[in-house]
Write a protein that binds this ligand. Structure first.
Ligand code: PRP
Ligand code: URA
Length: 208
């Protein structure tokens, strides 16, 4: 399985606050932002470095800098935008793409309504972000679309995943590493993650 579980204590603590149904929209949104920064730290942990000659006040040195083209973050709308802001705080120069998808509530299939990514996406490491991977229909559709658009080097970052979704995603895109803070117990009969945190978009934006 191509999966990385990011179980840093700070993330687990914040995730518990997010799961709690008593947590307000305002606090939930702030927590998504904080967790996004911690997740971003881990998903970028192995980025290649090169060196650049600089002059410190003391002497010259060959100092490490990120190698290659800048990263591209892709938000799977709408809940992905909650993670995007925190990630851009850590990597302000990243390029940004958007894939608009919603789940049809009856079929649980992903329906695309928007797509816009940087033209040179094939030359960048692409990190697609969405807080929830439930059936994985949305994640699979987003990654399939990004590959059709030229992306070659992809990672998928979420906050919570269901075991059913992890399996489906790995089968559909074995080349794309999955990063998540937790693999929860199961899906319910409506495709929601248990114990989960409810509908991520509704909780970030207060739409329910
Ligand atoms: C949620 C979530 C994922 C999707 C996960 O989005 O943000 O995109 O469901 O479910 P899946 O793995 O079964 O596809 P939703 O469709 O509710 O849209 P929203 O982000 O606009 O609220
Ligand atoms: N989408 C969500 O926002 N939450 C779930 O539990 C499943 C899909």
């Amino acid at each position: 399985m191509n999966i990385n579980i990011i179980d840093h204590p700070l993330i687990q603590h914040k995730l518990t606050l997010m799961r709690d149904q008593e947590t307000s929209t305002r606090t939930f949104r702030a927590l998504v932002n904080e967790v996004a920064m911690l997740l971003c730290y881990e998903v970028t942990r192995d980025l290649p470095l090169s060196t650049r000659s600089i002059q410190t006040p003391m002497e010259t040195m060959n100092a490490p800098v990120l190698a290659g083209k800048k990263l591209c973050f892709v938000s799977v709308l709408r809940a992905g935008n909650g993670l995007l802001d925190g990630m851009l705080t850590l990597v302000p120069s990243a390029r940004v793409g958007h894939v608009g998808l919603y789940r049809d509530h009856d079929t649980l299939e992903a329906v695309e309504y928007y797509y816009k990514v940087p033209q040179d996406i094939s030359e960048r490491l692409v990190v697609a972000v969405d807080p929830m991977l439930a059936t994985a229909n949305s994640a699979i559709a987003a990654v399939t679309r990004l590959k059709q658009g030229g992306a070659k080097n992809l990672r998928f970052l979420c906050l919570l995943a269901a075991p059913e979704g992890v399996k489906a995603f790995n089968e559909a895109h074995p080349d794309v590493a999955l990063y998540t803070a937790s693999v929860d117990r199961q899906l319910n009969d409506k495709g929601y993650i248990l114990p989960g945190l409810g509908d991520a978009g509704d909780r970030i934006y207060g739409t329910k």
